[in-house]
Design a protein around this ligand. Structure first.
Ligand SMILES: C[S@@+](CC[C@H](N)C(=O)[O-])C[C@H]1O[C@@H](n2cnc3c(N)ncnc32)[C@H](O)[C@@H]1O
Length: 254
């Protein structure tokens, strides 16, 4: 059993082929449980409605969280979506290749993918990496992705501090959105998806090292998303773009 086994179990509720559930349990080194023998882990992964979902005990009856691959509300549905707003300005309109070193729920990665950036995604949590892999597989079945013959973002599982050192080609941009401690406990983590992610992975205490690895790996720029109250991760940024309650700090490599 892996270090994960006290945190997570795979839940089989009688849906589909049990072999898929057994394989996931074996891959992650965790146990396969059923609704009548839940065990005592705080988290579960299971497939519901064709999507891999993360559940905590509160979500067991309510459905669970999967990675949403649909465009955000207000986002233009044409491809590539216009490179507008603070996020796109920070990433750069001429930027082609982006490595998202802190993929998490992949909402930023997918937004950049829809803007036409060539995306590589890194995630170190094995649980989040499974959810991301499931989302990218679902993305390949979307009609617009098939029609345009687009390949989904590449996913690399591991600590980005190491993975960034071994990339074949230096990306134009490395994007970082690590976990910061909330200013007021409730407000910053009010979304269930962020609360559960915080419970799962905790605060990213090595983010200064991650910044150094990102700066060494990029050919042009590092972009860091921070809550507006947090000091800049890499010292004084070259440029900064303000969003709602957050900031994108841009560090150019001259
Ligand atoms: C705040 S979340 C990112 C949210 C993401 N931007 C989104 O749009 O959903 C931070 C994620 O980065 C991951 N992470 C933090 N440090 C990392 C590292 N050194 N290597 C790989 N993943 C890392 C965490 O496991 C977590 O899933």
């Amino acid at each position: 059993m892996s270090a994960l086994h006290s945190q997570l179990a795979i839940l089989f509720e009688g849906q589909g082929d049990v072999a898929q559930f057994e394989l996931l349990a074996e891959t992650l080194g965790v146990s396969l449980n059923t609704s009548t023998a839940l065990g005592d882990t705080p988290f579960f992964l299971t497939w519901r409605e064709g999507e891999l979902k993360l559940l905590d005990r509160e979500l067991l009856k309510k459905g669970g969280l999967s990675i949403d691959i649909a465009p955000r509300s207000g986002e233009q549905r044409s491809y590539p979506a216009p490179k507008e707003g603070a996020f796109a300005q920070a990433i750069g309109r001429k930027t082609k290749t982006v490595v998202d070193a802190t993929t998490g729920w992949a909402q930023d990665s997918l937004c950049l993918f829809r803007m036409g950036y060539d995306m590589t995604c890194i995630e170190r949590s094995p649980i989040m990496a499974q959810l991301i892999a499931d989302a990218f597989a679902r993305l390949t079945h979307e009609s617009w992705v098939q029609k345009l013959e687009l390949a989904p973002p590449r996913l690399l599982h591991g600590n980005a501090i190491d993975v960034l050192q071994n990339l074949d080609t230096a990306p134009d941009c490395v994007y970082l959105d690590p976990m910061f401690p909330p200013k007021r406990k409730k407000s910053a983590l009010s979304k269930k998806s962020m609360t559960i992610l915080h419970e799962l992975v905790g605060e990213d205490l090595d983010k200064e090292h991650l910044f150094e690895a990102a700066f060494a790996a990029t050919s042009k720029r590092v972009v860091v998303k921070s809550p507006d109250y947090a000091p800049p991760l890499g010292g004084k940024p070259s440029e900064s773009f303000a969003g709602k309650l957050l900031r994108y700090d841009v560090y150019f490599k001259s």
